[in-house]
Design a protein around this ligand. Structure first.
Ligand SMILES: [Zn+2]
Length: 242
């Protein structure tokens, strides 16, 4: 999702499995940060559901990137850690800008797909209640009802809202990667510095937006992304002045 940190390295507590033939590694920091972000919930069961929703959402997002990379004959793997994760692939022959853009877009797109599925389940349960269906009434009067409502809400929010945020033209978010490929048509430093300039401004605006919503963690994250893009910008500018 957001490759804000580098590869965290392997530990003996890593969880390893594969989905659709793609190897996945989950670093223990992923669970730790997930628990910290969800720790404000009043009940342990809700914290657990929140971490589960985060895990599924980020995995689906990375699978979007990885499956498209694999369709080009490259060999991706997924690492979940810290505040998100990333899908890696070593592009062999046939690397094009169009393919890089499509891989970057496929992550948020997979999340929007999951959002649509969860929305359908939500509407289906609501329709069942309106029509007085026995299964819907049993489900929503069971002890699991609170957890189901909470999970639906979280999955909808993570996959729609963060998917859209991730498409902002801020490097290294997916939208930033797309912007970079679009600006960097001829592989020139001026194209690259333009992409980082856009990233700097968009990240600054996003930081203000989140601060206004009192979402200070997100504001801090975009503030640091604005600074990071500024650093990339000065590097690229130095490159084309030489
Ligand atoms: Zn992504």
């Amino acid at each position: 999702m957001m490759q804000l940190l580098g590869d965290p390295g392997t530990t003996q507590y890593d969880l390893r499995f594969s989905v659709l033939g793609i190897p996945v590694r989950v670093h223990p920091l992923f669970w730790l940060i997930g628990l910290l972000l969800g720790s404000a919930r009043p009940e342990l069961s809700l914290v657990t559901i929140w971490v589960g929703c985060l895990f599924v959402s980020i995995l689906v997002h990375e699978l979007g990137h990885a499956l498209v990379a694999r369709s080009y004959g490259w060999h991706p793997d997924i690492v979940l850690h810290g505040f998100g994760g990333f899908a890696r692939y070593s592009p062999g022959h046939g690397y094009t800008r169009k393919r890089a853009i499509w891989i970057a877009f496929a992550g948020p797109l997979a999340g929007f797909g999951l959002y649509a599925i969860v929305l359908c389940v939500d509407l289906w349960i609501r329709a069942g209640l309106v029509e007085d269906q026995a299964w819907a009434k049993t489900l929503m009067s069971s002890s699991a009802a609170g957890g189901i409502v909470f999970a639906i809400l979280q999955l909808k929010f993570i996959n729609l809202f963060w998917g859209l945020v991730n498409l902002m033209p801020v490097f290294p978010l997916d939208g930033g990667k797309i912007c970079f490929e679009l600006c960097n048509g001829r592989g020139s430093y001026s194209g690259q510095s333009r992409a980082y300039q856009i990233g700097m401004m968009a990240a600054g605006l996003m930081a203000l937006y989140f601060a206004n919503l009192q979402m200070y963690l997100a504001a801090l994250m975009f503030g640091s992304l604005a600074y990071q893009n500024y650093q990339f910008y000065t590097q690229a500018k130095r490159g084309y002045q030489q």
